[in-house]
Write a protein that binds this ligand. Structure first.
Ligand SMILES: Cc1cc2nc3c(=O)[nH]c(=O)nc-3n(C[C@H](O)[C@H](O)[C@H](O)COP(=O)(O)O)c2cc1C
Length: 209
């Protein structure tokens, strides 16, 4: 069974290297990942006053993420932090209170930059939000992809053979394993609890006195 993965890219730039890396991850589908990139550029800024009557773009975004089995964040770093457009998407998906579409979804975080520290700051800010969002985030491999330029991609925008492609392959494979581990263990635990409840119901009632 292929797991449905919502990819959220933190750059709106047409020639975005993050978008190209996301596209390359999508191309590696042999690993049981059925990926779609979810658009976030049209989401109105989050405003709690709109919770009772949300804009259609929020509804669409929440449905798209909500129906996915896992979430993959692929983002640049802006001023050592999360780009505003991505933070807005995270805030939109996290509300109304108690109805977050991110809750319990397995996830992974990839940051890509031409700079040498590979978006480390943004990566960990996303990670910090994911803690509050109750998302089990893949710990390893960490993915701070630095020194990435347009040269890493072919004319179709896919990664050429090379170290970045090698890293992305390892990452996609590990993420598929992570999603499977989380979802299967959760399903097995639910099955165990259901069996335990059935056995308890079938026990003869204790006669008191
Ligand atoms: C507003 C702004 C702030 C940036 N800040 C950082 C930064 O803190 N660290 C970094 O590595 N690159 C930074 N950059 C450079 C981006 O990594 C670079 O533009 C990258 O190509 C953006 O990703 P994209 O190609 O996916 O749009 C910044 C770029 C912009 C436009």
């Amino acid at each position: 069974m292929a797991y449905k993965i919502a990819i959220i890219v933190g750059s709106l730039r047409e020639g975005s290297i993050n978008r190209k890396v996301a596209r390359s991850i999508c191309a590696l589908r042999g690993d049981n990942l059925d990926c779609s990139t979810i658009e976030i550029g049209d989401l109105p800024l989050y405003n709690q006053d709109l919770d009772d009557n949300p804009p259609e773009q929020w509804v669409r975004f929440r449905e798209q993420v909500g129906s996915a089995d896992g979430v993959l964040f692929v983002s640049p770093e802006y001023n050592r932090g999360i780009p505003g457009v991505l933070k807005n998407a995270i805030d939109v998906g996290s509300r109304p209170y108690g109805k977050s579409v991110f809750d319990k979804k397995p996830g992974a975080i990839v940051t890509v930059s031409p700079g040498s520290i590979g978006g480390f700051g943004a990566n960990h800010q996303i990670r910090q939000a994911a803690v509050f969002l109750n998302m089990p985030i893949m710990q390893q491999p960490e993915a701070y992809l630095g020194h990435v330029s347009d040269d890493a991609f072919d004319a179709d925008g896919c990664l050429k053979e090379g170290p970045v492609k090698g890293l992305v392959e390892v990452l996609a494979h590990s993420f598929a394993g992570w999603v499977e581990t989380i979802l299967r263990s959760r399903a097995l635990l639910a099955e165990d609890s259901a069996h335990a409840a059935q056995s308890k119901a079938a026990e003869p009632a204790l006669v008191k006195g």
